[in-house]
Design a protein around this ligand. Structure first.
Ligand SMILES: [Zn+2]
Length: 296
């Protein structure tokens, strides 16, 4: 029998698996290298709650089409197929892609399974089934594109791994209120940052996660602008060497503060503070990221 506390910690770990820009960037490059010209031979929906067939019924319409490429925007991954079709994936909290042999055991959390040539398979897994996979027309077959039917997709801010000038960064941030961590993770300011990497960015910039974005000083804004891109670029390079073909697994053990509550801070040696609120973990160092300990 597990206590309520243990259950809640287990659930938090679960939720903290959310793929962010670095994970999805490496997965995108992996798919572009491995799936080139692959033909979809079969398509099976095992858990229909996550699938939105907007162009046509995906099980009937996708087989026979060729994989063209994968693209990423924020925390969305788009797989493009011949004849003007795309699968737009919003993995949310626990969605993941698995590329494996077709003979490999189908995990219980598999929602969508594509059979590809050469006895390989591409599967979308989702433990909690909160993520979504949209099958849309992308406009490349001269029909009306359906991107605007994908919730949150068109309102995304610039991708965190793209170049954003300091002036643009400042101007965009002016439109937001509230604590900086919340603004970083929402996707309307910059897209691609989630719970784990927002903690890493704020640690690298020396800013408390609870600081109001209107209260950030010029040097803090400069540091934040630099670290948003730098921390995520470095993480992408680390993941590129660590993830291999196990694209469905999250590698997070190299992070400096996130989910390391109670462990020594790599900068000052003090204990890393960890709070759990709104079903998510916030980890930071009170010495290196000074500010209020609790929310106002
Ligand atoms: Zn510290």
């Amino acid at each position: 029998m597990v206590s309520g506390k243990e259950v809640s910690i287990a659930r938090l770990r679960y939720i903290d698996d959310m793929p962010e820009a670095p994970d999805l960037e490496v997965i995108k490059d992996y798919l572009n290298a491995e799936l080139k010209h692959a033909q979809v031979e079969s398509c099976q929906v095992l858990r229909p709650t996550v699938i939105r067939s907007l162009a046509a019924e995906v099980t009937a319409d996708l087989p026979g089409r060729t994989f063209l490429d994968a693209q990423r925007r924020g925390k969305f991954l788009t797989l493009r197929f011949s004849g003007g079709r795309s699968l737009v994936i919003n993995p949310m909290l626990t969605g993941a892609l698995q590329h494996c042999r077709e003979s490999e055991r189908v995990q219980k959390k598999t929602c969508l399974a594509l059979g590809l040539g050469g006895s390989m398979a591409l599967r979308y897994l989702d433990d909690r089934q909160i993520g979504k996979v949209y099958y849309i027309r992308n406009g490349e077959d001269d029909s009306e594109p359906q991107d605007d039917l994908v919730p949150q997709y068109t309102g995304l801010g610039p991708d965190v791994l793209s170049y954003i000038s300091f002036e643009e960064f400042q101007a965009r941030l002016k439109k937001f209120n509230g604590e900086i961590k919340g603004v970083l993770t929402r996707g309307a300011f910059l897209s691609g940052i989630g719970n784990a990497y927002s903690d890493e960015i704020l640690f690298a910039a020396g800013i408390s996660p609870f600081k109001k974005c209107k209260a950030l000083k010029p040097d803090e804004l400069q540091a934040l602008h630099t670290q948003c891109r730098q921390v995520l670029e470095e993480a992408t390079e680390t993941l590129r060497t660590r993830m291999g073909s196990d694209i469905h697994k999250k590698v997070r053990d190299f992070l400096k503060v996130h989910n390391k509550g109670g462990q020594p801070c790599p900068e000052c040696g003090g204990n890393i503070t960890q709070l759990k609120a709104n079903q998510r973990i916030t980890s930071y160092c009170r010495n290196c990221q000074p500010g209020f300990l609790t929310r106002n």
